[in-house]
Design a protein around this ligand. Structure first.
Ligand code: ATP
Ligand code: MG
Length: 420
């Protein structure tokens, strides 16, 4: 029988690389946890209708990329392709918005699923860390989220990313622009699918990556010229707050993002070292989403950053994260009595907060020392029969190669002191 392989478009996270993923999740969420965002976890699947309504019937995510399934009980579910609709659904269901403490600020971290053509940086199973601020219309909130994402990337040492910023207008001015854009687009030379898109979601046509389409869009009406006064003032305030915070951004008229629910502020983080899959994260304001999924009016803003692509961005910039050692002390017993004693020492070290590991299984000294080397431990403790008789253990500094006997009674204190 053939052995199994991970499904197409997926990959396994394995040590030691998996430690980098954990560190990236940690780094992205740290600024959020420090800014009043509470952790939320929602199911990996939802009713398909939530995404159809919440993400939008005309989006690639819903029309092409969703993993849907019918349960034995006849429910139509979908593996979650993104986080916002689920988080808002959960917040509404739990009435978090009625607790009198708006905005409700939440962050999440997890797996997302999209049936895409797999490429480097584009997978069918990937990870995001996201943040949503629900129930407040305040340019400072939009700015806060962009600033926190910038802080997260910088804390990882990344510098090769850019922030693209745009405003999509609101329910006053967007429809006027939409019509002007449709009139313009209908005269262009486009394929049938794109023609259909003009009628359903014309802004998405601006997002078309094909060069022959982009060439025809040069003279397209600009949303900026259609923004109503309220949207104009709002956008100017977001920009001023970013500038005051020292966060550089680029205005990008073409940035409409893939989802239907965005209003006003939209932004994307792109990294120039990633080739075609350059977006490491994105987000925006979604003032209409709550009503679209049956809730009250709750203007909100959020983002999701891709963990996989952030790791690729680190690689592209040649950044190695300074991670705490997985093992600081590796214990090598020789003989049964030494084994019992050293196992106790390892347990004590661990309880004292020292990362310690042990040579398990029946192994000779040579094999055990190989394990010790591989573990990356700073110190190896060897306990042989003669040591035992003398009441000492040999502590080897793996960096200098120096080895010294340490009395067994002082072993834990000695190692703990050396490592802290
Ligand atoms: P793209 O334009 O590359 O398809 P997107 O606009 O579909 O990206 P979002 O829905 O905004 O992406 O998701 C936020 C982030 O999640 C992206 O910026 C990216 O880093 C990550 N992401 C999205 N889809 C994938 C995927 N299939 N594989 C890996 N990461 C992904
Ligand atoms: Mg996509």
């Amino acid at each position: 029988m053939n052995t199994f392989q991970a499904p197409k478009g997926t990959y396994d996270l394995l040590p030691p690389d998996s430690a980098v993923y954990l560190a990236v999740r940690e780094a992205i969420s740290a600024p959020l946890r420090n800014s009043g965002y509470g952790y939320i976890e929602t199911p990996g699947f939802e009713n398909v209708e939530l995404f159809a309504r919440g993400v939008g019937e005309s989006t690639d995510i819903v029309t092409k990329e969703m993993y849907t399934l019918t349960t034995k009980g006849g429910s139509e579910l979908a593996l979650r392709p993104e986080g916002t609709a689920s988080v808002l659904r959960a917040a509404l269901e739990a009435n978090l918005h009625k607790a009198g403490n708006l905005p409700v600020k939440l962050w999440y971290s997890g797996s997302y699923y999209r049936y895409e053509r797999p490429q480097k940086g584009r997978y069918r199973h990937f990870s995001q860390v996201g943040a949503e601020a629900i129930g407040a219309e305040d340019p400072a909130l939009d700015a806060e989220l962009i600033i926190l994402a910038d802080q997260a990337y910088r804390s990882l040492g990344l510098t090769g990313f850019r922030i693209l910023l745009n405003s999509l207008g609101d329910k006053e001015c967007r429809p006027v622009y939409r019509e002007a854009l449709q009139t313009f687009l209908r005269d262009l030379d486009l394929d049938d699918e794109t023609r259909r898109r003009i009628e359903i979601n014309p802004l998405r046509v601006l997002d078309d990556k094909r060069r022959d389409v982009q060439r025809q869009l040069t003279d397209a009406p600009k949303l900026r010229d259609y923004l109503c006064d309220a949207c104009r003032v709002y956008h100017a305030e977001v920009r001023d707050l970013l500038t005051a915070a020292g966060v550089a951004y680029e205005d990008d008229e073409r940035l409409v993002r893939g989802l239907d629910y965005y209003t006003r502020t939209t932004f994307e983080f792109v990294h120039d070292g990633l080739g075609a899959q350059s977006a490491v994260g994105g987000g925006g304001r979604y003032d209409g989403l709550s009503e679209m999924i049956g809730g009250p009016e709750l203007p909100s803003v959020g983002w999701a950053l891709g963990v996989d692509r952030t790791v690729l961005a680190l690689e592209a910039e040649g950044i190695t994260l300074q991670l705490p050692p997985a093992t600081s002390v590796f214990a090598v017993p020789l003989g049964d009595e030494a084994r019992r004693l050293l196992f106790g020492v390892v347990t004590e070290l661990r309880r004292a907060g020292v990362a310690a590991d042990f040579s398990f299984g029946a192994k000779g000294l040579k094999g055990a020392m190989k394990n010790a080397n591989r573990s990356g431990a700073r110190f190896t403790v060897v306990l042989g029969e003669r040591d035992l008789a003398e009441g000492v253990a040999q502590v080897k500094d793996m960096e200098s190669g120096e080895q010294k006997p340490v009395p067994l009674a002082a072993l834990v204190a000695d190692l703990t002191a050396k490592l802290t």
